[in-house]
Structure formats: C-alpha cells, structure tokens
Design a protein. Structure first.
Ligand SMILES: *Cc1c(COP(=O)(O)O)cnc(C)c1O
Length: 385
C-alpha cells in the first residue's frame, strides 16, 4: 500500500504523458515553451482568476507573491505556526518578520479570532495581549500582510481574514499549496485572497514530476510584476531589467506533465471526496479518534486525511500498529514552526501557541489518494480502532 499512490495514477495517463513530453522533445522549447501559457490559461479558468503564473515551486510562488507586495525589512507578516516551513521561510528570506497566530482546533487553519488580538499586541508592543516575536520590541515592525494556509486541502476562513485585513490595510496571500481543487463558499482555492499560491510538488493534489508552482491573482499589476520577477525582473526589452527578481520559471516539460494530469483532475477530486467520506463513515463511531471537521461552507480537496488521537501516547500506539501492519502513515506536523531551531531568533516560547502545540502531539495522517479502495480503507481503520 502507498501513502500517496502516484503509480496507480500514472497507469491511467501514462500514454498521454509520454505523448505530451514527446511534443516538448519535438519542439525543443524547454524554457517557457507553449505549454506554459496553455497551463496558465487552463488553471486560471479552473481557479477563476484573471491571471495564473507558472513558476518553479510552491516556495518560489510564495516568494514571488511577497516580492510583488513589496514585503521586506521592517515588515511583519502574520501567519500560522502549524504549516510546512516554506510558508514562513520566505518571509524571513525577504528580511521581514513572521508573526505567528495560533490555529483553530477544528480546521487547523489560522484562527481569525486571534488575528485582531495579535495586531493589537503589535501596535501596543504588548506581549500580554498576544505572544510576539523579539523583533517587535527591538525595532518598529509594521504589519503588511497575512499568509493564510489551506492546511490539508481545506480553505481557511477567508471572509473573516479578508475583512480583518481590509480594516488594517493588510494584503492577504493564500498558501494554497495543499488546496488546489478545494472550495470555499463556492469559490475555488487559489482565488480567495489578493494572491493565491500553489505547489505542484509530486505528492500535492495536482502534482508534476519535479518541482513546480503557480501564483493566481485578479490584479493586472501584481500579475505584471510577478511575471517580471519570475524572470530576473525583466522589462519589456529582453536585456533591460527593472526589478531585482529571481529565476523562478517552471520547466516546459513539467507544464506538459501537468496538462496531462489536469485532464483527470476533476475525476480525482470527486474520488478524493469519496475516499474521505468512507474514512469518516468508518471512524464515525470511534471515540478514540477525531476525524476531520470541515464545516459546511468549504470543500476540502483532502491533500491529507488527518485525524487526532486523544493524546501523544495513544498516537504512538496507533502509529506503531500501522507500522506493524505495513501501512504507511505520516505526522504533519510534529513540531510547530515557532519551536523549530531555524526560528529561535524570533524568541517564541513553548506555550505561546497552545492549540498548534497540542495538535502537533496528537495528529497523524492516513494514506490518502484517489485510487484507495474501500477494502484498503477498512484494513487501515481496523488497525487503529
Ligand atoms: C508543499 C508546501 C509548500 C511548498 O511547496 P514546494 O512546491 O515544495 O516549494 C508551501 N506551503 C505549504 C503549506 C506546503 O504544503
């Protein structure tokens, strides 16, 4: 059994993938070939934004988005500590300061209730109102943006987040690395903030066979800026550059692979709903495991099916049982970002974000992909119940 079965998927589309790679080998435009624009057009239409910009990874998508918003030294960017490191890494990389806000215990996404408290604490430099990073006291840092993450494929609470951002003149970036194909109030993930960023890392809901990412926006200005940043800050004239950018392009071959995979993506999204429903049905009567609570305004794309054990010791027992049965599993994430070594300079302490810390001790993820059979799911659930 596979945690994410990319071989089963490939069996369905191998011929199409080979044909599309063959086309790239024939035309030879490995950098910015015609498949890039085609993919951008398809995905902008799917997500429902005016623009989509293919780039080299989800991390670079976030970086390019922050650069387009002109985030840099002196700026604070509010985000969740319960995410993959890339979300906060890019903030630091640009010289800005990540300011963490705890998660909601049911959605695992940034808590809109805590955001105003965090902003008030920053203004007053008062850590009694909300935990703050060291930088908030050393110099003046000004909140400029929020990066909300759609964890495990479930969009964050964007109506609340965007409203708070509007009140404080902050920009919002949607880290949709895990949520492409998910929905919030009938709108597609990736379209829910000023700029949406996704990842095509192989194991994401829509993955390529290497690294890749994409930025989505309705803003012509952001699109134009990001388009320039993606290619070293190019201006309209090839060897004149008006911005300091990066090499953030997607390979044409990866775009070709994504075009083939995108053809079956709607079916895969539907199959993911089915698989998640089967898990939830099988776990319904279990008191010892809390299955995901996604609410009724969103549709998760189920990048992960993550459950909560009652405590760390009980999780250990369940993980061991899955191991003995040869069933793959994962823990996303065992350590919240504010407790990771790379972020020690921020000066956060254990206890600052109790929901994230508690979740990190109890959460684990079961195998999840569109090709999982109900029989396999019964076998998996039987090990932990
Ligand atoms: C995967 C992921 C990223 C980074 O994407 P890459 O394509 O691996 O660079 C960023 N944020 C979240 C939440 C992710 O899951």
């Amino acid at each position: 059994m596979e945690f994410i079965d990319l071989k089963a998927q490939q069996a369905h589309i191998r011929a199409n993938i080979e044909q599309k790679i063959g086309t790239v080998l024939d035309h030879g435009r490995y950098i910015m070939g015609p498949e890039i624009a085609e993919l951008e057009e398809r995905l902008a239409e799917f997500v429902g934004t005016r623009h989509a910009l293919a780039c080299s990874s989800g991390t670079d998508a976030l970086m390019i988005a922050l650069m387009a918003l002109e985030i840099g030294p002196g700026d604070a960017v509010l985000t969740t500590p319960f995410t993959f490191i890339a979300t906060a890494e890019v903030i630091n990389r640009l010289g800005a300061v990540p300011v963490f806000v705890d998660i909601d215990p049911l959605s695992f996404n940034i808590s809109p209730r805590d955001l105003p408290r965090c902003l008030a604490a920053l203004t007053r430099k008062d850590p009694k109102v909300h935990p703050l990073p060291n930088a908030a006291f050393e110099k003046s840092i000004e909140p400029k943006a929020i990066i909300a993450v759609d964890l495990f494929g479930l969009p964050a609470a964007y109506d609340e987040i965007n409203a708070i951002a509007g009140d404080h003149r902050l920009k919002v970036i949607e880290d949709a690395a895990q949520s492409l194909g998910g929905q919030y109030k009938g709108r597609q993930a990736g379209s829910l903030a000023d700029i949406g960023c996704t990842s095509f890392f192989p194991s994401k809901p829509l993955g390529c066979y290497g690294d890749g990412g994409m930025c989505f926006t309705d803003s012509d200005i952001y699109h134009q800026t990001m388009n320039s940043l993606r290619e070293h800050g190019k201006a309209s004239h090839r060897y004149d550059h008006h911005l300091i950018g990066l090499n953030g392009r997607m390979d044409t071959i990866q775009a070709a692979i994504l075009l083939a995979k995108f053809e079956i993506f709607p079916e895969e999204i539907a199959a993911r709903q089915q698989v998640a429903q089967t898990y939830s049905d099988l776990l319904l009567a279990e008191d010892s495991i809390q299955s995901p609570q996604i609410g009724d305004v969103s549709m998760s794309v189920w990048a992960q099916y993550s459950v909560l054990a009652e405590n760390e010791a009980k999780r250990r027992i369940m993980l061991d049982k899955l191991d003995s049965a040869g069933i793959p599993k994962a823990v996303y994430y065992p350590k919240p970002l504010h407790l990771q070594t790379a972020f020690t300079a921020l000066g956060y302490q254990e206890g600052d974000f109790p929901v994230s810390e508690n979740t990190a001790k109890r959460i684990f993820s079961l195998p999840m992909h569109p090709y999982l059979s109900p029989q396999q799911q019964q076998l998996i659930v039987a090990q932990i119940t």
